[in-house]
Design a protein around this ligand. Sequence first.
Ligand code: SF4
Ligand code: SF4
Length: 116
Amino acid sequence: MAMERELLKHLAKKPATMLYPFEKYQPIEGTRAKIEIDVTKCIGCGTCVFDCPAFALEMVGKGLTCDMKWYPMQCVYCGQCVESCPRNAIKQTDEFALANTKKEELIYEFKRPKNE
Ligand code: SF4
Ligand code: SF4
């Protein structure tokens, strides 16, 4: 009887699931997803690379001339790099749909403007 009661109760409710990707999913506040690096703020200290537990960040070059790479397939989205960066150059957006069939497109490069 308890099961029937539960069944009837849920008949009138909207489904808890959604038809993603046909329906747009609105990430909840505080979602930690895609990394963005503002290399114009970066001083190339390497702290983010050193602190990343998943080896998902790479510095290309040195110091104030370096570019950065982020490997989302390795990233565990912990947010440590955001915490560690002394220049607030890294932020974590709520953009979560990063799937791609081309592996080479799953490396994000953040290049410094040439005139810097
Ligand atoms: S979120 Fe965590 S795992 Fe991902 S790049 Fe930053 S420190 Fe590394
Ligand atoms: S911690 Fe910040 S300033 Fe240092 S290399 Fe990483 S992004 Fe650049």
